[in-house]
Ligand binder design. Structure first.
Ligand code: NAD
Length: 254
């Protein structure tokens, strides 16, 4: 079960956190993984790790906000079975503390970046007779979180794009789902704690851990396991769905 032998996968944001765990796991299951990241060192390091473990990987240093670069790179890959859209950035702020520049930056990476990869991948999947797409949403798309105005906006858009793509390409044998994690302990979380709560990182880490009823943050590998399932042939009846993976955050926080 869950074999990805002879499959080709693109993982964006593959250099760190969840994307890295996904790239490593898909390669371990036999896929050739094309690891996209704007961070050169990180993209190459994950491919080195894949290769060292006996897998097959190719690094692509790309910014998902640049449509032509993304399309050109996807076209060099040619045939594509799996797309995991993981690249994303965060912002802390309410509407009054979100500048136009913050809003545009979040939109560019989390929404337009995802659209660019969908735009590049769908024609390749159609040519290939089908494929599977997994988009990273968040619990921020499902419930009102404090101080996550722009971020929540982008993750709501991810959920809506997922449904739209799932509907439009169902007859082309393309499945499209998203997942909505609560907090996952990655450099993304460490980065925003350092930036937004300097000197109080440990205290805030504890506080954020406790917001999951299960009492901790997820590990990237736990998220990667669900993504592997959804991208495998074992999930062939699943499309147009969002899966919370949240330690009880959405349904047990009362
Ligand atoms: N960590 C969490 O708690 C959490 C929870 C829910 C959803 N998510 C989502 O999961 C995804 C991954 O989060 P993470 O915690 O692993 O983050 P991370 O910061 O550890 O990794 C994100 C990666 O994306 C890359 N990236 C950023 N902008 C890019 C761009 N323009 N083009 C290409 N690559 C770019 C970064 O270089 C980095 O390697 C994001 O979409 C995030 O919104 C994270």
């Amino acid at each position: 079960m869950f074999s990805l032998k002879n499959k080709t996968a693109v993982v964006t944001g593959a250099g760190s956190g969840i994307g890295k765990a996904v790239a490593l796991l898909l390669a371990q299951q036999g896929a050739t993984v094309h690891a996209f990241d704007v961070n050169d060192t990180a993209a190459n390091a994950v491919v080195q790790e894949i290769t060292a473990a006996g897998g097959s990987g190719v690094a692509h240093v790309n910014d998902v906000t640049k449509q032509q670069d993304i399309v050109d790179t996807f076209n060099t890959i040619g045939s594509l079975d799996i797309l995991v859209n993981c690249a994303g950035i965060s912002h802390i702020g309410k509407v009054e503390t979100t500048t136009e520049a913050d809003f545009d930056r979040l939109f560019q990476v989390n929404v337009k970046g995802m659209y660019n990869c969908l735009f590049a991948a769908v024609p390749l999947m159609k040519q290939n007779g089908g494929g599977v797409i997994l988009n990273m949403s968040s619990i921020a798309a499902l419930v009102g979180l404090p101080d996550r105005f722009a971020y929540s906006m982008t993750k709501g858009a991810v959920l809506a794009m997922t449904l739209s793509v799932a509907k439009d390409y169902i007859a082309d044998n393309i499945r499209c789902n998203c997942i909505s994690p609560a907090r996952v302990h990655t450099p993304f979380v460490d980065g925003f704690l350092a930036k937004n709560y300097p000197g109080k990182e440990a205290e805030m880490f504890e506080k954020l851990s406790k917001t999951q009823p299960i009492g901790r943050m997820a590990k990237p590998e736990e998220i990667a396991g669900l993504i592997l399932y959804l991208c495998s042939d074992e999930a062939s009846f699943i499309t147009g769905c969002d899966y919370p993976i949240d330690g009880g955050f959405v349904k047990l926080n009362n």
